[in-house]
Design a protein around this ligand. Structure first.
Ligand code: PLP
Length: 396
């Protein structure tokens, strides 16, 4: 037996097509591979590394907590979980928090909570209206809740009770509401669909509709939360209060952490209803406390929003120069429509030239740099992207 096996991917399940590159180190907005090549990273763990790769505040918090206490079990309180839950409720419209380990798990919790609420308060109502092209995760229930074409029936039998409405079409929601409806669940910005925002008027009218009909409003802020789109939480831009919210991705700054938040009036789990071995563990929550501390620092979110506007205007300039489509999104969650299905080529060529970006759909690019990326670094990335586009679209 070898002490040090060669680096091979033969033993990993092929769940996604990956380049051969092996990444070994990250610092701030840069990633380094095993050949010593450096990349400017605008994927950031899939909008996960809010403060960039291995930020000092998160590393310090993890080291301190790792030496202190890793896991007393979810059946006991621990200090970081108490701190983070208080930070979350003090800075949102919600009263109670359940910590989970992934966005899908937090969404499963939201689905369970809405169904329990339906049993308690609405004669067993269990349906949750979700949206075409939505993405809520990869468990059986969250796949059914997602609106990716074909997803609900991929691993039959599918989980029932997720009728699909159309984003920004209030009538399509109203038409689906009936006695069995417990909730409406949506992403304030559909990230995986290509950064498609729910419109301000739609969000406000949806809140009113849900209140009038007596159904819950659930926002999946796994991607949009924690400053990604500008405000601390995307729902705040619409001046509404949802009943339930889920967080994931950026909340842990790179560490597996997610959360389910609810208003007291709908927070009806009783002991035994929900849990998980690693849920609310001190190590992950310590990372969350460190990330939140940074987000809440005076001026942090304003600087991130400014950086987002800088990136958006750079992208609009490129779109104009190369005759591409529109730029969508806000804050540090942006997309560039290419107008044809060449996004995967652009992503591959960008990687060759040292820029990591992502194509949520074949015809568009998505950009999710660290929230603390400086404008110099953004300009460097825009320069790299310009060279790639000039190469691939010389005739434009
Ligand atoms: C990524 C994502 C999820 C799933 O989160 P995981 O941590 O991958 O389970 C759910 N909802 C939205 C909106 C997401 O972007």
């Amino acid at each position: 037996m070898q002490c040090k096996p060669p680096l091979s991917h033969a033993s990993l399940m092929p769940i996604i097509a990956r380049p051969e590159t092996v990444f070994v180190r990250g610092q701030g907005d840069e990633l380094f591979d095993s050949d010593g090549r450096v990349y400017l990273d605008w994927v950031q763990g899939w909008a996960v590394n809010s403060l960039g790769h291995s930020p000092a505040v998160v590393v310090d918090a993890l080291c301190r907590q790792a030496a202190l206490l890793l896991n007393p079990s979810p059946a006991f309180y621990n200090r970081p979980a108490l701190q983070l839950s208080t930070l979350l409720t003090e800075n949102s419209c919600f009263d109670h928090v359940f910590f989970a380990n992934s966005g899908a798990e937090a969404n499963e919790g939201a689905i369970k909570l809405a169904r329990k609420w339906g049993q308690r308060h609405k004669q067993g109502a269990f349906e949750i209206i979700t949206f075409h092209d939505a993405f809520h995760g990869r468990t059986l229930a969250t796949m059914s809740a997602s609106g990716k074409p074909g997803w609900g029936s991929k691993f039959p039998p599918q989980v029932d009770g997720f009728p699909k409405a159309t984003l920004n079409d209030l009538e399509s929601v109203r038409a689906l509401i009936g006695p069995a409806t417990a909730a409406v669940m949506l992403e304030p910005v559909q990230g995986e669909a290509g950064v498609i925002a729910a419109e301000h008027g739609f969000m406000r009218a949806l809140r009113e509709l849900c209140t009038r009909e007596g159904v819950l409003l659930i926002v999946d802020e796994v991607q949009t939360g924690c400053g990604r789109t500008g405000p601390l939480f995307a729902y705040q831009a619409h001046d509404i209060e949802p009943d339930i919210m889920t967080l994931g991705k950026g909340i842990g700054g790179g560490i597996a952490l997610a959360a389910l938040l609810a208003k007291k009036s709908v927070s009806c789990f009783e002991p035994g209803d929900q849990g998980g071995t690693f849920c609310g563990n001190p190590l992950a929550c310590a990372a969350g406390v460190a990330v939140f501390g940074a987000l809440l620092e005076e001026g942090f979110l304003a600087r991130a929003e400014h950086a987002g506007r800088h990136l958006a205007s750079g992208l609009r300039a490129l779109a104009h120069e190369f005759g591409l489509g529109n730029v969508r999104g806000s804050g540090m969650l942006l997309a560039l429509e290419l107008g044809k299905d060449c996004a995967h080529d652009v992503v591959a060529r960008a990687m060759e030239s040292g820029l990591l970006i992502n194509a949520p759909r074949p015809h568009c690019l998505r950009f999710m740099p660290a929230l603390n990326t400086g404008t110099d670094s953004l300009d460097r990335g825009l320069g790299l992207l310009r060279t790639v586009l000039a190469d691939l679209m010389p005739s434009a």
